[in-house]
Design a protein around this ligand. Structure first.
Ligand SMILES: Cc1ncc(COP(=O)(O)O)c(C=O)c1O
Length: 408
């Protein structure tokens, strides 16, 4: 598929076969404490896109700028759609679907971006990928590196949570703790690729991260019988997943395969609500300090905030902010009443749907076709349940103890 790049801010178009990351003009205009500028959008060639309308079935690879080699090596995609029957009944919503991206190889949605970045590296004959991440992106890229035999160099602030880093260490990445913040690690990973070559996979900085994430929407289109939901709830931190979801629907629309892009709902914690506030207040100011327990979506100055706000508007979407308490309640509820075990960041989308359900029914009726994107597995962060649930005490090894335990 032929493609070019367009700057999200100044709309300049860049026709190039080189690896490029940001708009050289807008990325220099950064103002203190505001969302970064100059992120690029991958624009697919319109004629190539139009040809896809003739196909009986499409898949995500039809819409990618690069060939993904040996797809089964790192099998990204095909995640299940769950119908949480008990919870749907409680909410009075008749067409509710959860997309379980927690089932991807490294346990999170981030595999979708890492698949295309691995393909990008292989396309350009590079065998090294560097990035900064404190969690799922690092684990996903390291997983892809292990599968394809690529070297992954992962810069992390030295204070990053150990449990999330362990996965990357196990996959065999070179993990480089930095005496500094995530922003420092981000800058050092760029310095690394400038000096030693390879691809940089920093989220939003490399436009192919968003392009890879769009696969979810194309997959959903085929899974739902060549149609898309009316409303999709997406958990949001940096706004890259949100942009990827929009981009997938946009490409389907441009290809003439759908008539309307779904309403996308930006779901955030009240303790990490930079994008929601930017949308409501019409500014791009960073928030003072993001502090949600849902660590994967705890972001003060979202790396892709400007594009995400544009896409909330373009999809005629809206924002829902939920309390942290509601996020953990949502996580427990999904587990115990639907058998769906996700990490807090993912549960934020469910909490948002719950909080929004009356508005949704009023606006669209109870038959509205809704999808909730569940982006990461619950095994990523078991510590969150401390003080909420406990393992029962052991009983004596005797029949009497069983009788005592179960007698009223
Ligand atoms: C599980 C999970 N859900 C949601 C998000 C939010 O994605 P984004 O930061 O692109 O908004 C992340 C990001 O790390 C994540 O790991």
């Amino acid at each position: 598929m032929r493609y070019s790049y367009e700057c999200n801010d100044c709309k300049r178009v860049f026709e190039t076969d080189e690896v490029i990351y940001q708009c050289p003009h807008c990325s220099k205009e950064q103002e203190a404490n505001t969302f970064p500028k100059g992120n690029l959008i991958v624009k697919l060639n319109k004629d190539d896109l139009a040809k896809l309308k003739e196909k009986e079935h499409v898949n995500m690879y039809d819409f990618f700028p690069f060939e993904v080699p040996d797809k089964d090596v790192y099998p990204v995609g095909g995640t299940p759609l769950a119908k949480p029957k008990r919870l749907a009944k409680e909410l009075g919503l008749n067409n509710l679907t959860c997309k379980l991206d927690s089932a991807l190889p490294s346990g999170s949605f981030k595999d979708r971006a890492s698949q295309l970045i691995a393909a990008q590296a292989i396309h350009y004959n590079m065998d090294k990928i560097a990035l900064a991440s404190t969690g799922n992106a690092g684990a996903a890229m390291s997983c892809a590196g292990a599968a394809y035999g690529l070297e992954i160099v992962l810069f992390v602030p030295e204070t990053a949570p150990v449990n999330k880093l362990m996965q990357s260490v196990l996959y065999g990445a070179t993990v480089v703790p930095v005496k500094g913040t995530y922003d420092d690690a981000f800058a050092l990973s760029i310095a690394y690729t400038n000096e030693f070559g390879g691809i940089n996979r920093n989220t939003a900085y490399n436009p192919m991260t968003i392009e890879g994430k769009k696969s979810v929407s194309i997959e959903l289109f085929e899974q739902m019988g060549r149609k898309v939901p009316e409303v999709v709830y997406v958990p949001v931190g940096d706004g890259c997943i949100f942009a990827g979801v929009y981009k997938g629907f946009y490409d389907l629309y441009e290809a003439g395969l759908i008539e309307k892009i779904p309403h996308l709902v930006c779901s955030q914690s009240t303790k990490s609500n930079a994008i929601s506030q930017a949308f409501k207040n019409n500014n791009y100011n960073a928030i003072e300090k993001a502090s949600t327990r849902a660590d994967s979506i705890s972001v003060s100055s979202p790396a892709n905030g400007r594009m995400a706000v544009n896409y909330i508007k373009a999809s005629k979407g809206w924002c829902v902010e939920v309390e942290d308490e509601a996020i953990i309640d949502a996580q427990l509820e999904l587990t115990s009443k639907a058998g769906i075990f996700v990490e807090p960041a993912a549960a934020c989308a469910w909490a948002a749907l719950k909080q929004d359900s009356e508005h949704l029914k009023k606006e669209f009726g109870s038959d509205v076709d809704v999808c909730v994107l569940l982006t990461g597995t619950g095994f990523k962060d078991m510590a969150v349940f401390e003080n909420r649930v406990s393992i029962p005490q052991a009983i004596e090894n005797s029949k009497e103890a069983v009788i005592k335990r179960f007698s009223k």
